[in-house]
Every structure is written in C-alpha cells, then in structure tokens.
Design a protein around this ligand. Structure first.
Ligand code: AQP
Length: 340
C-alpha cells in the first residue's frame, strides 16, 4: 500500500511557508493516498516550550489541518505523544543509527547555534524520532519542504540498515526482506522554500521573533495586508524575466509566493507584473493572499472555540493510528529478540 505520513511541529503559529511547503501537498495527496498527518509535539519539546502555550499550539495546529481541508474522518489527524510507538521505535532506531550520521545533520547545527553544548539531547536526536514517525507506519511517501530533505535521507539509511542488520531475523519471522520500506520524500510543490518577509535569505519560520517576518494562517485581512505592505523589497522595478530575480531574494520570494498562491509559474507572474513597481504588485498580492487565506483564518477562528471537538478529533485519530502502529511495533520487538 501507498501510505503518506507527515508532521508539523506545534511550536507557534502556522505560516504561509508551512502552508505552501507542506499543507497544500497534504491536501492534494489525500485524494489518492491513505494519509497520516501528525501534530509532532514530541519534536516540539526539543526546544523549551511553555506548557500552556504548547497545549494551545497543539489545538491550533489541529484546527489548521481541518481548516485547510484535511478530511479528518477519511484520513488520520493525530498527536504524536498520544501514540507511544513513536518514542518506543525511536529508541530502537537510536541503536541502529550511527553517531557519525547525526553529526552531519545541518538542521541541528543551525538550530543549536554557537552554544551547541547547551542544546538538548532531544534536538540532536530529532532526526531519529522523525525516522521513527515515518517507519512506525511503514509510510511510503513523505511530503515535506526542502529543509527536511536531509532528514528523509537519514530515515532511508536507517530503514536500510535495520533491514540489513536484522535480515535473518526478519526472514525467520516470515516478513518481507524490506521490512521497512524506504520512504520517498515528496519535495516538489508550489513553494519548497518560502523566505522571511523581513530577510529574503532566511526561511519563514514559526520561531522567528518578528511576527512581521511571516504571514500566519490565523492572520486576518488587515494583518495580511499590513505585513505584505511592510515586506522588505529593493528599489528596482520587477524584472520581466525570471533570470532578473537572481540576487534579489526579497523580490524572488514575493513573486514566488504570488505564483504558488495562484498556481502559476514565476515567469507567468512576471509577464503580468514585470517592469512595474512593487507597490502595484504588493496590492495584487494582498488581494490574492486575503482571498486564499481569509477563509482558512476564519475557520480556524471558529474552531478555536471548539476545544472539545478538536480534542475528540485527536483522540479518534490516535486510536486509529495506534491500530496501524501496534502490529509493526510488535514485529520489531520479535525481530529484535525482545520477549513479549
Ligand atoms: N519557510 C518554509 N518554506 C517551505 N516549507 C516550509 N516548512 C517549514 N518552513 C517552511 C515545511 O513545513 C513543514 C513543517 O515544518 P515544522 O514545523 O515541522 O518544522 P520547521 O521546518 O522547523 O518549521 P518552522 O516553521 O521553521 O518551525 P520552527 O521555527 O519551530 O523551527 C515541513 O515539511 C517543512 O519542510
């Protein structure tokens, strides 16, 4: 079977980068695949979280999944910590993966910054937990943004090493040689890397201290308009050709956002706006963004008051996720030689 798994961290307000880089693909894939979309709260705590805020963010992310159009009845929306298999399999995979592999992960280096000695062990181990998330369900396809490519490659390496290291036990228990399928990253999408509105060289991120750096899915029309109007640009007119966007990261980002939201290429967008000034283009971008994101924000606002409903969606999702995970975890234990 083809099975899709992906997750987003409840570390803050979901933004346009998460939407264009990940959620749009989630929505498309649910038409053709069985999908699990996870609120990865265990990943969130790899950096310090305030417990009350974390709880609110878990519910907000769940609401965002639903508001964006994920069918929570057909697909599985759930919260990572409610299915114990994630942590359990992560431990097993910790013992399969090598320290040298983790040392190559660039996201850890970026997130830990200069004070690496003080980063949590969890932050270092993050990619192993991510591999466990995917392999627990034997997921075959993982839609993510560009920034997660390296972690997906690691998940494939871990799956392959497990299959090889335990080949004879896997065979002895009658499982297929490829006990863990090698998960395929699905990176192509309308915008693989949306950049900050304040700095075109930094990715748009939930944890950026400046709220003006991102468009949140929960922003109302006024906030969207204000952030786009304030977005950093350069003094030149928009180019007529895509090549003209090189070395103009802010211009490239805004054109890319417009293209992704309307479903055209950057070249198409420049056919309309090339040669014009930023203020005309920004006005059009505000209208488009409000048109596409306004209904999502309104639905999120409505769901914010429906805590009992949101919590129930998560309980139901976890029950269904557990039913898929449990036989795989039991098999892993048998393969490893654990007594059950
Ligand atoms: N700027 C982005 N452009 C395109 N895709 C993005 N994604 C995140 N930022 C962008 C994709 O969204 C999914 C969920 O990401 P995540 O929350 O699990 O982790 P992240 O990549 O660390 O996201 P943030 O927003 O930057 O969070 P913080 O600030 O907490 O680290 C992933 O598929 C990711 O590729």
């Amino acid at each position: 079977v083809n099975r899709v798994f992906s997750g987003i961290q409840p570390t803050g307000h979901l933004h346009l980068g998460n939407y264009l880089g990940a959620i749009i693909k989630f929505i498309e894939l649910q038409k053709t695949h069985d999908c699990l979309y996870c609120v990865v709260d265990l990943h969130a705590i790899t950096v310090a979280q305030n417990p009350d805020e974390l709880r609110a963010h878990i519910r907000e992310l769940t609401a965002a999944y639903i508001a964006c159009g994920i069918d929570y009845e057909k697909q599985i929306i759930f919260n990572q910590s409610q299915v114990s298999g994630h942590a359990e399999l992560a431990w097993v995979l910790n013992c399969v993966a090598r320290v040298g592999w983790l040392n190559r992960m660039t996201q850890f280096k970026e997130k830990a910054g200069k004070d690496r000695e003080n980063a949590s062990v969890g932050l270092y181990d993050y990619p192993i937990l991510m591999a466990a998330d995917i392999l627990l369900y034997k997921a075959t396809h993982v839609p993510v943004g560009e920034d997660q490519k390296q972690h997906l490659e690691l998940a494939r390496d871990i799956a392959q090493k497990f299959n090889l290291d335990f080949a004879s036990a896997i065979a002895a228990h009658g499982f297929e040689d490829a006990f863990f399928p090698l998960p395929e990253p699905l990176i192509q999408g309308p915008a693989q890397r949306v950049m900050s509105l304040r700095d075109g060289t930094k990715k748009m991120s939930k944890s950026d201290p400046s709220d003006n750096s991102r468009i949140n899915l929960s922003d109302d029309a006024e906030a969207i308009a204000q952030k786009i109007r304030k977005a950093k640009t350069d003094p030149e007119a928009l180019p007529s050709e895509v090549e003209g966007l090189a070395k103009r990261p802010e211009a490239e980002n805004l054109v890319g956002i417009y293209a992704a939201l309307i479903g055209e290429t950057k070249a198409d967008v420049l056919k309309t706006f090339g040669g014009g000034n930023f203020s005309t283009f920004k006005t059009a971008l505000v209208d488009l963004a409000v048109d596409k994101l306004g209904p999502i924000g309104a639905e999120m606002k409505r769901l914010k008051a429906e805590t009992a409903f949101i919590d129930q969606v998560l309980v139901n999702g976890a029950t269904r996720a557990r039913a898929l995970a449990e036989p795989h975890m039991a098999a892993v234990k048998d393969i490893m030689g654990f007594v059950r």
